[in-house]
Every structure is written in C-alpha cells, then in structure tokens.
Design a binder for this molecule. Structure first.
Ligand SMILES: Nc1nc2c(ncn2[C@@H]2O[C@H](COP(=O)(O)OP(=O)(O)OP(=O)(O)O)[C@@H](O)[C@H]2O)c(=O)[nH]1
Length: 407
C-alpha cells in the first residue's frame, strides 16, 4: 500500500483541529451547518470480531422506523456473500433500500477510496435515502473512517457522520483486553461486579462514550439513529479521534498473525450430535423385507447409537457405507477440544442441511457457538456450505477434510 493511502484526505491541517471552534474545524462553517439539514446520516457500526455488529444491523432493519436505509458491508475477500446471507433482508430484500459490499480489504485502509465512491453513489440515487449503516469488519479502526466521513471534500454536504457505535460483547471484552482471562465459570455476583468494572474500563478508554446495555442489540433506536453525535457542538470528541488516527499506522493496526480463511462444500450436511449418529449399512441394499429389526449399540472409538433399518434378520456381514458425524460434533472438536491446535476467534457461515429447505447459519465466538435455521433458501441461491474462520494457526486442509465427514 502506498503511504499516501494511509493519510486520511484531510481538508485542513491536523494542527489546526486543536481549535475547539467548529468554524475553524472544517473551514466552511456555514456551509457545513446548512448542509447538515440535507445530508444523509451515516452510522458507523464497529466492534471486535463477533461482538454483535450484524445483530445490530438486523435489529435496525427489522424495526419499525419508516426509514429508507442503505447498508454498506465491509468484508474481507474470504467473507464475500457470507455476511449478507446472514443478515435478514426481508422478503425480496424489502428491508434494505440498497446494499453495497466493499470487499477485498479492510475499510480503514485498502478500500477507503471505494467507500467514498460508494457513499457518493448512494446519495446520488434518485430516491433519497434517510440513513446509511456502515458495518466495518471486526478488525477495522474506526478513526480513519471518521475522517473520511467528516472531512472528505467530495462527500462534504451530502453525507454526515451521525454516530459511531461500538458493539461490545460483555462476555468476551475482558478476554480481548486481557488475553487468557477466562470468565466462563464466574458466579453471578462476581459477574455483576465484573460488568461494573467493564463499564469503568470502557470509560477509561473513551470517557465520552454513552453505554447502552442490551441483549442481542435490542436498543431504543432513538438513542442510536439521528443522534448527531459529531455536530458543531461536539467536535472536540472527533478531534481526539482524528488525532489518534494520525498517529496510527494502518499497517500496524491489524494483527498479522490473524488469518481469515473460508471453506466451501456443495453437499448437504448432517447436523446431528455424536450420540445421534446414524450409520448406514451396505447390507441395506440387499434387504428383502422392510421390517425394522432393532436398535443397538456399537463401540467404535466413541459410543454410537445406530438404527438397523430394513435388514435381513441373519445378515452377519455388516460393512459401513459411510460413518457420518454431525456439524455439531465437528465444531466441538475444533472449538472445545482444540483437536487440531487451532486458535479460532471467530467462525461464521451458512449451511445447506440434509432434509431441510432452510438456510442455516453457523456462528461461533471463541468457544460459544450456535447453528440455527435462518430462512428458506431463495430459488436462485446456490445452496452451498460456506464457512469463514478467523484466528491463528488455521489449517485449511484439516478444516476442509474434517468437514467432509459431515456430508
Ligand atoms: N448470548 C448472546 N449472543 C449474542 C448477543 N448479541 C449477539 N449475539 C450472538 O453473537 C454472535 C455474533 O454476532 P454477530 O452480530 O454476527 O457479530 P459481528 O460483530 O457482526 O461479528 P463479525 O462478523 O465477526 O464482525 C451471533 O451468534 C449472535 O447471535 C447477545 O446479546 N447475547
């Protein structure tokens, strides 16, 4: 990346920003203020991997606000299509006025210019938008974004930075701030104290942040949309952010050892847990009658429950057609047992499941995971399994090969 790319396109020298006067801040005070009336508000939604950014986007889109909202998603190349498939667009995309996917890089460094272009195109649409949501990757630094939105000459007057929301996962924040801290077995009373401490820690990092507690990002939208957090009255807050952005090199802002990779598979998968394994027998092919003869137990390297269906009563020659494990067991091996010594921070994706016409989403943040049916597959959609992993020591071959046991 060119050095030039790293410096946000500032309209004024940063040294001058120290003046608390909003007029001097942009150099064009009256324009800025009157333009505010017509400009489209942009809410930047940021937060660490798995903090709940998409959950918040989903919540906003599905709430009754009567606004025409466009969503800009920033994805790393490997994540293309996964993020969007996981957000509920409503039937036929009715909840979202416009989608823009900024792929192949992080919005805070390599795709900054694409962001400017995307915003321009959105505000030039015939039908006026009421609001734009910009969801960053879980590894983005929001400061350079703020400078693009606040100070970019091309954009000035047409969009305004309404608010930066940082979604924080109360369970994992301590772990993220102080690695190796395990809060999974804390008694409740301790947790309450820990959460109070968390608020203190958040305020130590940003004393001006308004903290809103929520479960699954269900918040009062009047507190987060159209809040003009950076209008003329609140420029000092942004000043600090921009100064910080100047001192940071985007080259250093991403952990180089953290890798993102994606595995694909076209076949439908089995979700079942190990205790519910179904073992298909070759001998079923030669069955003469269709009676169910029984359920028995079999010791392999684990205890597996199997059903013998449609077998001849005296068929002693049993050979396995396929030993299938479920996605649950596969994930638990990787996330809980850490069988392959991979340090997985985040896993997300879509699954095409056997005997189901619904797209299932797979979500994991550290060791906590869930697999849920999200919606029906759309007709034109390619029903594939696509799973993104983010973490350290990821081994693509192991992940891909071990996943095959689920199909
Ligand atoms: N228990 C619990 N889970 C939550 C809450 N909010 C979000 N989640 C779950 O956390 C997981 C990650 O949420 P996402 O919204 O995809 O997180 P994200 O910040 O977009 O993640 P990245 O794509 O990695 O940047 C999902 O399984 C959510 O259902 C919450 O308040 N409580």
């Amino acid at each position: 990346m060119e050095d030039d790319d790293e410096i946000p396109p500032l309209a004024v020298e940063v040294d001058r920003i120290s003046e608390p006067n909003a007029s001097e801040f942009t150099g064009k005070p009256e324009n800025r203020r009157s333009a505010d009336e017509d400009s489209v508000g942009v809410t930047v939604i940021t937060g660490y991997l798995g903090a709940g950014k998409s959950t918040l986007v989903n919540f906003i889109l599905n709430s009754q606000h009567g606004k025409k909202i466009a969503v800009i998603l920033n994805e790393f190349g490997e994540e293309i299509g996964v993020e969007r498939a996981m957000i509920n667009e409503g039937d036929g995309g009715t909840l979202v006025e416009e989608w823009v996917e900024l792929a192949n890089g992080c919005i805070c460094c390599t795709v900054k210019h694409s962001l400017v272009q995307a915003l321009e195109q959105l505000v030039q649409r015939k039908e006026r938008l009421d609001h734009i949501l910009l969801e960053t990757t879980g590894l983005a630094n929001p400061a350079p974004l703020a400078s693009v939105l606040w100070l970019d000459d091309q954009l000035e007057a047409s969009v305004k930075l309404d608010c930066i929301i940082t979604v924080v996962d109360a369970k994992n924040l301590r772990h993220q701030l102080y690695e190796h801290h395990d809060s999974s077995s804390f008694p409740e009373a301790y947790l309450q104290i820990a959460f109070a401490e968390l608020e203190k820690e958040i305020h130590n990092i940003n004393s001006l942040a308004t903290i809103i507690h929520s479960v699954r990002c269900q918040v009062d939208l009047s507190k987060i949309l159209d809040c003009r957090a950076y209008d003329a009255m609140h420029t000092s807050h942004l000043e600090a952010l921009l100064k910080e952005s100047q001192s940071l090199s985007t080259k250093d802002s991403h952990e180089s050892s953290v890798r993102t990779l994606c595995i694909y598979n076209q076949e439908k998968v089995n979700l079942q847990k190990q205790g519910e394994l179904q073992i298909q027998l070759n001998s079923t092919k030669s069955c003469l009658n269709s009676q169910l003869y029984g359920i028995g137990y079999l010791f392999l390297d684990c205890l597996a429950l199997f059903t013998m269906q449609h077998c001849q009563p005296y068929d002693h020659l049993i050979t396995w057609d396929k030993l299938q494990i479920g996605v649950h067991s596969w994930l638990e091996d990787i996330l809980w047992e850490k069988k392959h010594s991979m340090d997985i921070y985040r896993c997300k994706g879509v699954l095409s499941v056997q005997n189901s016409d619904e797209l299932h989403t797979i979500q994991a943040v550290r060791e906590i995971y869930e697999i849920v049916p999200a919606r029906r597959w759309q007709q034109e959609e390619n029903q594939v399994n696509k799973i993104v992993f983010i973490g350290r020591n990821l081994d693509e071959d192991i992940l891909r090969n071990s996943f095959r046991a689920c199909v």
